[in-house]
Design a protein around this ligand. Structure first.
Ligand code: WTA
Length: 709
């Protein structure tokens, strides 16, 4: 039996996501075309039998066999140190070899990466597999010769969307150096915290990159990052700086002698050098990817070499339906897990052509993505609902103007509203493309929920059933299963491990167990995977047809444009402002970004509120990055609190979203609620905000918010 929640009703709030009965209007099915089915990698339903529970975990041999191994594994899944799962034990391989070298024999001069710079007049850069091989080897030789990095150590990257990023990732992989790429849009301070946590001696960055047509100064963030890492006790020995435009320097920040080096200046010593790929155990970490959770510090999700690569290769084949001669464009940023798995490792492992675009999709106008698609003959398009909503808003008729034809499209990262899905299908996909709505997380390595594109009908707003070999269940707070078709939501959990699951939180195995497994663990000593359901921290419900609808996070994470922001991180940044005594971050429904952040601030006695809102916003930008900039900062006299002194985020979230605040009789200070409501809502209305009725999914997020601690 899973353990019961030990929180009082007062602290959890009246309605957690799991308790909300959700009544959906069920959407109708859309079917893939006969043409699509005819060419799909998986078009025989026998595949479901091969991956059925009775064949688990050996079914994943099929994914492992998509890779080239130096040494074959002896044990597919080892659960002896649960929940630290080990996949393909005994096997040895190199990820860079699998993504590059093994394609040379037949596809040496096929495009591996096509880089599209943001400035439309700049030329597209085509990097063949042979050229990628040369560049990866040279950069690996440079890492080996010019830095002190050794196999098993971590290098932090703070790179924009340029081909140097996958080159550097694959160069690390070649040497068994663990890469930790921090999203380029994050601040220097955020990067520095991650350098310190992973104890990186080397930072790889670029002087600048284009965004909205403007060359951004990015190197300045490296200086901030190194300074922050030093404050946290970690010395960065070398900063390797690529230059966006050869022979020019995009930054005003001086190069620090002895620490900062232009890659193009040191590269001549390594030109043409080859480096043998290091044969790594399947269980060796390939990379770390930081992500937000309930508590303050971002978690370094550690991914394995063999299990991860097998999983992204398998899911790229069957769910992305990638064929070697496709031109596949995933418009995510490689700074997120989607980019790692479905721009770099999955597509390149399958030997296809992966398109990378540097800038924002609407630059210089909303026709840009479709011009790229037309010019390059893109066959697959993969993006997030936020981008789809933006493109629909600013250029609903643009897709029709261009002669491109997608065969397959993906949506990822947030729930997609059915009418946004339909625009994606009809306008972007021209009614021809098969869509997969893929649900998964940084921690998961690859997809967990999706339709199989040729074998399942699509249903707008639902990700579909679980993917091959993944067996979810929805549990309520007491560990009871919430049945499919019951109309009730609960916490989605995965019953057994899959090869792409992360290995641990870097340097914090206790937090790994506590965050993902403790809640529903049946026996801490058990080495049987059945006793260790993976708690995904997402609310979900399952329709009678078995399709899952993901409602969003049940921990205190706000999903802004598909970026995970922890309330604790936002609040810690806000209280760094002198005048701030207390801060609370809540999500507000946003028609483009899904959610936006609103901050509530209580001041220290004697401080003036003047300018505090801008100081809070700026501090959040400095500590986290522009993506986290709050939509509004509300300065209030007092926060609504429980008798034990906890801020009731659910109540302020309801105020920000114009929804019913629910039962507040258990608060220590219920009288403040009406004051805050009046102040915030009249300001909003005065600024032209139109309250609108929220969908059930939106309501579930707001009502369940703040119940996780
Ligand atoms: C949300 C992104 C609805 C979910 C790959 C999850 C989704 C979080 C979907 C992970 C989807 C992701 N439908 N919600 N198809 N995909 N999510 O770690 O709340 O950046 O927990 O990984 O995004 O975000 P992350």
């Amino acid at each position: 039996m899973a353990k019961k929640s030990d929180k009082s009703t007062e602290e959890v709030g009246q309605a957690s996501e799991a308790q909300i009965a959700v009544h959906w209007r069920e959407e109708g099915y859309y079917f893939p075309s006969a043409k699509f089915i005819g060419q799909a990698n998986a078009s025989d339903p026998a595949i479901f039998e091969r991956f059925s529970e009775k064949n688990y975990p050996e079914c994943f041999k099929e994914y492992g066999d998509l890779l080239t191994w130096d040494k074959y594994w002896h044990t597919t899944l080892d659960t002896s140190n649960a929940p630290f799962w080990k996949w393909f034990v005994g096997g040895k391989l190199n990820a860079s070899y699998n993504c590059v070298d093994r394609h040379l024999k037949t596809d040496r001069n096929k495009a591996a990466i096509i880089f599209v710079p943001e400035l439309e007049d700049d030329d597209t850069e085509v990097i063949t597999y042979q050229e990628l091989y040369a560049r990866v080897n040279e950069f690996a030789a440079l890492l080996q010769g010019f830095t002190s990095l050794k196999t098993g150590e971590v290098a932090t990257f703070h790179m924009p969307m340029v081909p140097e990023l996958p080159v550097a990732m694959l160069a690390c992989a070649r040497l068994g150096i663990i890469h930790s790429q921090v999203f380029g849009g994050f601040s220097g301070a955020a990067c520095g915290g991650r350098i310190a946590d992973s104890k990186s001696k080397v930072l790889v960055t670029m002087d600048g990159y284009y965004r909205g047509g403007v060359l951004q100064d990015h190197k300045v963030k490296a200086d901030e990052a190194v300074a922050r890492a030093l404050e946290e006790g970690v010395v960065v020995e070398k900063v390797l700086v690529f230059r966006r435009n050869p022979g020019e320097y995009a930054s005003k920040s001086p190069m620090v002698p002895g620490r900062d080096f232009f890659v193009d200046e040191i590269m001549p010593d390594y030109k043409g050098k080859l480096v043998e790929p290091v044969s790594m155990p399947a269980e060796a970490p390939l990379f770390i990817m930081y992500s937000s959770g309930t508590t303050g510090k971002p978690k370094g999700c550690q991914h394995s070499t063999g299990g991860y690569l097998a999983y992204v290769t398998g899911t790229s084949k069957y769910y992305q339906d990638i064929h070697p001669d496709d031109t596949y464009w995933c418009a995510a940023d490689i700074g997120w897990i989607t980019g790692h798995s479905y721009i770099v490792y999955g597509p390149l492992s399958l030997g296809t052509t992966s398109v990378m675009y540097e800038g924002i999709p609407t630059y210089p106008d909303a026709g840009r993505p479709w011009r790229i698609a037309e010019r390059l003959g893109v066959t697959h398009f993969h993006t997030a609902p936020t981008t789809i909503r933006t493109l629909r808003k600013v250029g609903p008729d643009e897709p029709a103007k261009y002669n491109y034809h997608f065969r397959h499209m993906t949506t990822v990262g947030e729930p997609i509203e059915p009418d946004v899905w339909r625009w994606y299908h009809e306008s972007v996909g021209k009614g021809e493309a098969t869509i997969v709505d893929t649900w998964w997380q940084t921690e998961n390595g690859g997809f967990l929920g999706s339709t199989m594109p040729a074998l399942h009908p699509m249903k707008p707003g639902s990700c579909g059933p679980a993917v091959l070999g993944v067996f979810p269940m929805i549990l309520d707070e007491n560990g009871e299963e919430v049945k499919a078709g019951s109309g009730k939501a609960g916490n989605i959990c995965i019953r057994g491990p899959w090869p792409g699951i992360f290995q641990t939180i870097w340097g914090d195995p206790d937090r790994f167990v506590a965050t993902y497994y403790e809640k529903y663990n049946r026996n801490k000593k058990s080495t049987d995977w059945h006793d260790w359901p993976y708690f995904a921290n997402d609310g979900a419900m399952q329709a009678a047809d078995g399709y899952y609808r993901i409602l969003g996070r049940v921990d205190d994470v706000i999903n802004v444009s598909g970026h995970r922001l922890g309330t604790k991180e936002l609040e810690s940044a806000a209280i760094m402002v002198d005048a701030v005594a207390e801060a609370a971050a809540v999500p507000v429904i946003d028609d483009i970004r899904g959610h936006a952040v609103e901050m509530y601030i209580a001041l220290k006695p004697g401080f003036s509120p003047d300018g505090v809102d801008e100081q809070v916003s700026r501090m959040i930008e400095t500590e986290i990055g522009k993506v986290a900039r709050p939509k509004s900062v509300w300065i209030v006299a007092d926060m609504p609190k429980t008798r034990s002194g906890k801020i009731m985020r659910r109540v302020i979230a309801s105020i920000s979203n114009f929804t019913d605040v629910g039962d507040i009789t258990t608060l220590a200070n219920p009288e403040v609620v009406e004051d805050i409501r009046h102040y915030v809502q009249s300001e909003k209305v005065a600024h032209g905000e139109q309250p609108r009725e929220l969908s059930e999914a939106e309501l579930a997020t707001i009502k369940g918010f703040g119940s996780a601690e």
